[in-house]
Design a protein around this ligand. Structure first.
Ligand code: ADP
Ligand code: MG
Length: 582
């Protein structure tokens, strides 16, 4: 075929393919236009998954009648004049493409009235061709109706999924914009039925409540506002899940840049990294992270649907996100106890502590504590009055042991069940991590012991001598894969060091590939797992109390180093409810 310039209607259809992939992309573009027009009330209605009808109505500025036909043409926009304007965009749209693209692949009706004009105008377009226009009485604002989407692009039509799936994608778009713009009231109607409405009162938490179930919402933490000294013009806000709430994939990490929903694998990773050991390795948090920064710091013009952006200082943005999320996780308090601070409780013998809360079961607990059984009790986003106490445990009184694996304890917040192995792992982990500041207590061996570990594993030990020393093993190379051991960590008890070290080296070898980036931490986790008391080990009441005391002193007592919960909590309020005393 010879080279030819495509006729405009073919070129338009091809261009439309980039912007309009499915009904939800139409909804996204129309909502963005309504927001750019300053609307405070936006209604989205659909039929048959958006295939038959999509209608977006707003109370925004409207389009002057004389300009309305232009709005439907390609590269026609009121948001941009010069290429320089691209450097500091404050609008969601800027390419002047969306309406033309949608019009090219549907039957579109635009009714709009500019605030300054007495009547509005109606335009009808089919497959990109203007069929007619007439004056029309209408309230100020714009109503865009898109019918028969893709009627003239059968290839696209074939790729659409079921009505339910498409409606779900649309719902996702509507709810995310509702979250990003809490001051705007969004309504979403499917087949005439209202399925979502945001209050539009500026309170983002109230929108969140309508997106997640009550239990999940309760476990969402509000990101603590905290200016980053290295990047004072960036702000990171939003919500992240407490470590007790997680998902099987990273799809629930949602990122917004200047209130635009974007995809960014790097920033999603920043969120994940902030959880460090708080989540099991194969689990991911839920996050809604709103990043605001000066428009000149972001390039939005890199992706056809504007779903990706580029940052001028990507590393600083990464750091700011990771830092904000991490701080939130470390600082947001579980509202377990408002009477005794953990610091007060950690010191002192058990006797006085018992007296400190003799009537705890009849005590009135804060509502945030009155929910379902959960491994971590965290405030609902609304209970911002909670003083930060670092997610620590309140003082606990050992009651006994169940199945030689779980401790039963009482605390000011009700009943606690503690997994003894997981709890001890956490304790050892924090002990070893703190070793550079506070050396691990060691047990000197009467005589140095020669450890034969085999050349395969000896290399691993050699590589990690420093970390092993930090963990309390005083090891010295002795040639030919052998080591001389002079001291062991005190918490190792009377276990055979030869066994312990070769088990540790074996586990590390098995984990080696997966954790190549963080071998030291992996080694420490392996040591903790190997040396922690096991399920099945009977503990005296004194030993139980000691374990609890050490767990209370941990910074992150609620998960083991592998991210599994150490503690289950049954609140007093919940006990009362279960016994029908409320
Ligand atoms: P862009 O949003 O990139 O400018 P669009 O094709 O989406 O391009 O819209 C073209 C123009 O039509 C916009 O620049 C705006 O002036 C006008 N417009 C579209 N939708 C609305 C609306 N809901 N309210 C007011 N003006 C609108
Ligand atoms: Mg637009």
């Amino acid at each position: 075929m010879p080279i030819r310039i495509l006729p405009p209607e073919v070129a338009d259809k091809i261009a439309a393919g980039e912007v309009v992939e499915r009904p939800a992309s139409v909804v996204k573009e129309l909502i963005e236009n309504s927001l750019d027009a300053g609307a405070t009330d936006i209604t989205v209605e659909i039929r048959e998954g958006g295939r038959r009808l999509i209608r977006v109505s707003d109370n925004g500025s409207g389009i002057p009648a004389a300009e309305a036909p232009l709005a439907l043409q390609r590269h026609a926009t009121s948001k941009l004049r010069t290429a320089d304007d691209l450097e500091h965009l404050t609008t969601l749209g800027f390419r002047g493409e969306a309406l033309a693209a949608i019009a090219a692949v549907s039957r579109l009706t635009l009714v709009t009235r500019s605030v300054g004009e007495p009547v509005g105008i109606e335009l009808r377009v089919e497959g990109g061709t203007l069929l007619g226009s007439r004056p029309m009485a209408a309230p100020p604002g714009t109503v865009l109706t898109v019918e028969g989407l893709f009627w003239n692009v059968p290839a696209r039509l074939k790729f659409l999924r079921s009505d339910t799936t498409e409606a779900g994608h649309i719902g996702h778009v509507v709810t995310r914009y509702a979250l990003a713009f809490p001051e705007v009231r969004f309504s979403y109607l499917n087949e005439g039925r209202l399925v979502f409405r945001s209050p539009g009162n500026g309170d983002r938490q109230q929108v969140l409540l309508r997106l997640l179930d009550a239990e999940s919402t309760r476990q969402m933490l509000t990101i603590a506002a905290d200016p980053d000294p290295l990047f004072p013009t960036i702000s990171v806000e939003g919500f992240v899940s407490a470590p007790s709430l997680h998902r099987a994939n990273r799809g629930s990490i949602e990122l917004f840049v200047n209130r635009r929903l974007i995809q960014d694998r790097n920033l999603a990773f920043a969120v994940i990294q902030a959880y460090h050991t708080l989540l099991p390795g194969d689990r991911f948090p839920i996050a809604f992270v709103f990043i605001s920064l000066p428009p000149e710091e972001v390039d939005v013009n890199v992706h056809p649907t504007k779903a990706e952006v580029r940052f001028r200082q990507a590393a600083l943005v990464f750091r700011a996100v990771q830092r904000a999320v991490h701080r939130t996780l470390v600082e947001t308090a579980p509202v377990v106890n408002t009477l005794t601070t953990p610091a007060e409780g950690r010191e002192g013998p058990i006797g006085p502590r018992e007296e400190a809360y003799p009537t705890q079961l009849s005590m009135n607990l804060p509502p945030a504590d009155a929910g379902m059984m959960s491994s971590a009790v965290v405030p609902a986003p609304s209970s911002s009055s909670a003083a930060p106490t670092g997610g620590r445990l309140p003082p606990l009184r050992a009651i006994g042991q169940v199945a030689a694996a779980y401790l039963v304890a009482e605390g000011p917040g009700g009943l606690y069940l503690i997994d003894q192995h997981a709890a001890h792992e956490r304790i050892l982990y924090e002990t070893i991590l703190a070793a550079p500041r506070r050396p691990v207590a060691q047990q000197q061996l009467l005589e140095p012991v020669a450890i034969e570990i085999g050349t395969r594993l000896a290399g691993l030990i050699a590589e990690h001598l420093e970390t092993l020393r930090q963990s309390g093993f005083d090891l010295e190379p002795f040639g030919n894969g052998a080591y001389l051991l002079r001291a062991v960590p005190a918490f190792m008890g009377r276990q055979d060091p030869q066994h312990v070290l070769s088990d540790v080296a074996e586990s590390l070898a098995a984990e080696a590939d997966a954790v190549a980036q963080d071998r030291e931490q992996a080694l420490i986790r392996v040591i903790c797992k190997r040396l922690a008391i096991k399920a099945g080990q009977v503990l005296s009441l004194r030993e139980q109390a000691e374990l609890l005391r050490q767990l209370e002193a941990c910074e992150n007592p609620r998960t083991c180093p592998h991210g599994r919960p150490t503690v289950l909590h049954l609140s007093a309020a919940q006990l009362e409810r279960q016994f029908g005393r409320e």
